[in-house]
Design a binder for this molecule. Sequence first.
Ligand code: FES
Length: 114
Amino acid sequence: MQKYLLCRHGELTEGQSKGFSLGDSAAGTANVFAVMKNGEVFAYKNNCPHRGINLEWQEDQFLDPDGALIQCASHGALFQIETGECVAGPCAGDALTPVPIEYGRDGIYVLMAD
Ligand code: FES
């Protein structure tokens, strides 16, 4: 497991999603994304269980129009923000892969396998 600084406190705001390029991910290609909901941060691998591809078509756009669910841009699968469970779409019942986070003094860290 490797610990990476995901973002500084305040960089991710309520109701916002953001992609991050960590570790050996190609620059500019987000391999992790995070969402803040009710003051809590949830992070997942940027990998849709339907086809194993990135969820977003536009930078940092991982949510549905209401900001209530995570949405895959390719075929519209919808996932719960808190659990990553797919509640509608072609991979219903499957789930995103959570990435454990830690709150540090200077920011939010994620723990990822090497
Ligand atoms: S690749 Fe995500 S819904 Fe098909």
